[in-house]
Design a protein around this ligand. Structure first.
Ligand SMILES: [Cu+2]
Ligand SMILES: [Zn+2]
Length: 212
């Protein structure tokens, strides 16, 4: 059985992050297992990675929300607030490229175009199936009034991973996300590749490049 949200399997990484986070008041430590260069003076201000922001827009460029990403004890906290979106549950992820262009080609397959495909796949896609990607987050629920808020903490990634060379993006999808959790009675051979990549969350309706 897969857990729906984040992969606890990354605990080695995560441990390093926690240690880093606890010690963060004096100096950030070069502890993150993934990165080569540690930014030592980032904890206080400036170019640091203490808090990141993403302004979400819809495909028409209308601003529909904002997300902040903060390093907290035990992981990365995501806070998001949206307005003017369709009611219901929406797939909500961190995507691998910080480019939110409407009607754009997918970096992996330029023959595919669509809204915000420029942001690429989920962070961590290719390493595991969906539901265990580092960029997978809990569903975002939007009320009948069109507003939604969510606070979640993930231990599957660090802020550094959100500000790598090609950046990252916060994404809201049109449909709910099934986290590739399709019972065997529906899919005896297991879910298909599309489900294992995306969780069938559908089109991309709001996107925000993560910025420092
Ligand atoms: Cu997504
Ligand atoms: Zn995913």
């Amino acid at each position: 059985m897969r857990r729906p949200v984040v992969a606890p399997a990354l605990s080695a990484c995560v441990l390093a992050v926690v240690v880093c986070g606890c010690a963060g008041t004096d100096e950030a430590q070069p502890g993150s297992s993934g990165g080569g260069t540690a930014v030592a003076d980032s904890a206080s201000a400036g170019t640091g990675s203490a808090e990141l922001t993403a302004r979400l827009v819809d495909p028409d460029g209308r601003e529909v929300g904002v997300a902040t990403l903060t390093e907290v004890e035990g992981g990365t906290q995501v806070d998001v607030r949206v307005t003017g979106l369709p009611p219901g549950y929406h797939g909500f992820h961190l995507h691998a490229a910080g480019v939110c262009d409407p009607d754009s080609p997918s970096p992996a397959d330029p023959s595919m175009t669509g809204d915000f495909l420029s942001a690429g796949g989920h962070i961590g896609a290719g390493e595991t199936d969906h539901g265990e990607h580092a960029g997978d987050l809990p569903l975002l629920y939007v009320t009948d009034a069109g507003t939604g808020t969510l606070t979640a903490v993930t231990d599957a990634l660090t802020l550094d991973q959100l500000t790598d060379d090609d950046g990252s993006a916060v994404m809201v999808h049109a449909d709910p996300d099934n986290y590739a959790n399709v019972p065997e009675r529906y899919a005896p051979g297991g879910p298909d590749q599309m489900t294992r990549n995306t969780g069938d969350a559908g089109g991309r309706i709001a996107c925000g490049p993560v910025e420092g």
